[in-house]
Design a protein around this ligand. Structure first.
Ligand code: CO
Ligand code: CO
Ligand code: CO
Length: 318
């Protein structure tokens, strides 16, 4: 945030300059608040499921910090003349259901009239000040774990173009609506070095954030990354969202493609909605983390490793 004079406060643990998933503010020696906000335009046609996905996505940054979400407030932009109020009610019902599932209390919200609908939430979570999991902090030798498959940006593009079949829409909708809670609980229990969630910058964009300006680099093996099958198919047909190219352009100085098919490399930059957690785990705790994730029903994959060989760079290998 250049040109802005940022506030300094001894209790601010993670501030805006950290480019982390959420802000963290210490209240006492035992307790810190996690602050995050997220909202966006509909990515599926069904308003109820859009509400669920938007809420899961907004809660995700709290989970990525190793915290427990506590309260939330709705943020609504709505074209009341174009869409019936029933549509808004369905969106809010979806969001509320997701909050209930997460054990989060809705305490209020704000709505404005707008030409295009947008929905999301501001969320507050709790964490112990000494147990904040940042997006940086990985050490050489740590392994990189991903907890959801990649490709929701491509599939959302296909949904908008009315190319996606009913079964695909249903399956990918459920995937995006899935909370990162269990994955977060597992990593908190095991103890990990760093974590972020995969969202708008794509897998490689967020992987870059984990090593940018640090003494560690990252090797990612494309063949170990789980992709949505349809996403691979549609991406091969050229159906990639513009965001994927922007993400790739933005990080091209940090990332090298070392023998991976172009379309797969592009997909690694596909902007995700409510994507999985990207976790750096010490090698000796990997087995325990993967076992616990499986026990909780989270399908996770080890997709790479941190290294001291090429600091602040991400090498993508087949
Ligand atoms: Co995030
Ligand atoms: Co973030
Ligand atoms: Co966010």
């Amino acid at each position: 945030m250049q040109g802005l004079e940022l506030p300094s406060d001894p209790n601010l643990i993670v501030g805006i300059e950290r480019v982390d998933d959420a802000g963290v503010y210490k209240l006492t020696e035992e307790l810190a608040l996690i602050h995050t906000v997220d909202f966006f335009t509909p990515i599926v046609d069904d308003p109820y499921w859009f509400g669920q996905i938007a809420a899961a996505n907004a809660l995700s940054d709290v989970y990525a910090m190793g915290g427990k979400p506590l309260t939330a407030m709705n943020i609504v932009c709505f074209p009341v003349r174009d869409l019936g109020i029933e549509v808004l009610q369905e969106v809010l019902r979806g969001g509320l259901e997701k909050l209930k599932e997460a054990g989060v209390v809705l305490v209020g919200g704000h709505s404005v009239e707008d030409q295009e609908m947008k929905y999301g939430l501001a969320v507050i979570g709790l964490v112990h000040p000494n147990r904040v999991i940042r997006n940086q902090g990985a050490r050489p030798g740590d392994l990189l774990v991903l907890t959801k498959p990649i490709g929701t940006g491509v599939v959302s593009t296909a949904i908008k173009a009315q190319l996606a079949g009913e079964e695909t829409v249903r399956r990918v909708t459920l995937l995006m609506a899935e909370l990162n809670r269990k994955a977060s609980e597992a990593m908190v229990e095991v103890g990990v070095s760093a974590c972020t969630d995969v969202t708008g910058f794509g897998l490689l964009g967020h992987a870059c954030e984990m090593v940018d300006g640090t003494a560690v680099g990252l090797r990612i093996y494309a063949s170990r990354v789980p992709f949505l099958e349809e996403a691979l198919e549609w991406a091969s047909m050229g159906l990639l969202p513009g965001g994927a190219y922007r993400n790739r352009e933005y990080r091209k100085h940090m990332v090298s493609n070392e023998g991976v098919e172009e379309v797969v490399f592009d997909l690694l930059f596909d902007p995700q909605t409510s994507g999985g957690l990207l976790i750096a785990v010490p090698k000796e705790r990997e087995e325990r983390l993967m076992g616990l994730l499986e026990e909780k029903g989270v399908k996770a994959s080890v997709i790479g490793e941190f290294t001291s060989d090429h600091p602040s760079r991400v090498r993508v290998l087949p």
